[in-house]
Design a protein around this ligand. Sequence first.
Ligand code: KG4
Ligand code: ZN
Length: 422
Amino acid sequence: MRILAIETSCDETAIAIIETVGKTKTPSIRVLANKISSQVKIHAPYGGVVPNLAKREHQKNIIPILLQALNDAGMLKKDLRITNYELRKKKKIEKILEREQELLQIFKKEIIHISKPSIDAIAVTIGPGLEPALWVGINFAKALAYVWNMPIIPVNHMEGHIFSALLKKSGKDNFQIFPPSIQKKIKIRDGEANFQFPMLALLVSGGHTEIVLVRNFGKYKILGETLDDAAGEAFDKVARLLGLPYPGGPQLAAFTEMKTRNPKHETRNKFQILNLKSKIKLPRSMINSNNFNFSFSGLKTAVLYLIRDLETKYGIEIMRPLIAKEFQNAVVDVLTSKTIRAAKQYKTKSILLGGGVAANNLLRAELAQKIKKELPNTSFNVSLLSLTGDNALMIAVAAFFKNKKAMKHVSSLKAEGQLRLM
Ligand code: KG4
Ligand code: ZN
């Protein structure tokens, strides 16, 4: 089975094409294409993702990304003699893309001369995410599905993050897979495998922080979630308070790992640093609450007060790495301790970690260590670093597992910004 997946839920425009071989439970997944175009630079001046800007960028980028993906997969056949765009179709496409005029113009120019690729279904993220952004992917999927006469498989973005943590590289020659223009082979193992149900998923990203019970693929229960900011959002907001540009999460994390300091600077401030260290304490909000919910917005306020009270005396340069470290420790403490507690309570056999914040080294290491110590029979699966952020490969894989629910009739498909796993 070959699936083309489209992901536009936030600020990455992504398209992947996979080919699956073997049984549904233990398929071998070959990545024929995996393209991502990031809009980070566009949104950086605003300190966050601007939905309408994201929509415009997706419209601009999605067809070039599709062409590159088809090309990588060896499926791009462009011929000016081809035209699958007679009048009747034209009207329908204009209707489907009526709210994405910029995309429609590129569609008319590019897509009509492409011959139908040998793909069995189109997968698309329908939520959760920013609705204007989601709509671009959904309407594009509808238009393609119409022109190429293919079914659409709607996918929940968070389900994609779950699958991203289960993908392992297979085959020795596949290390230089990136850039993804070369074909890749990735295998999901089950059975003798490294994951079993019930499984507990900790999903942490810029938009979400959830602990999910995975009874089986397609059978989910959210056990807890953030009541305010998502973990990634907290990283980005605190990074901003520390004077780091958006998205500051990864940079803040990098600060905590810096070992080499100017020794002169160090001795001069040794006493000062010790003194300051004792003052930098941040709350572990809700760590002992008798549920699996989180709250991260208090951290941001606590950091704001620390800076306000101490900056004149110590200077932000000295405070930055210390606050970064304490902040990261606070977030990781809460995330890992609640995940372990939920895994114990629900007696899950595996734990997985996915989403953008799963790139955080301390979180990966701490969770692995706590599992080893407190739940030695529980397996741990974490996203490859290349798959923690938003991508379409995870959407394609999730779609493959949903295959049966593939939809022929697509008119009811709509963006669901608040879509939940269930
Ligand atoms: O999953 P993702 O790429 O997009 C969403 O669906 O939100 O997650 C992006 C989030 C951002 O908030 C970013 O700052 C955070 O993940 N992030 C990190 C790290 N790398 C990315 N947070 C902490 N440590 C990191 N190393
Ligand atoms: Zn995401």
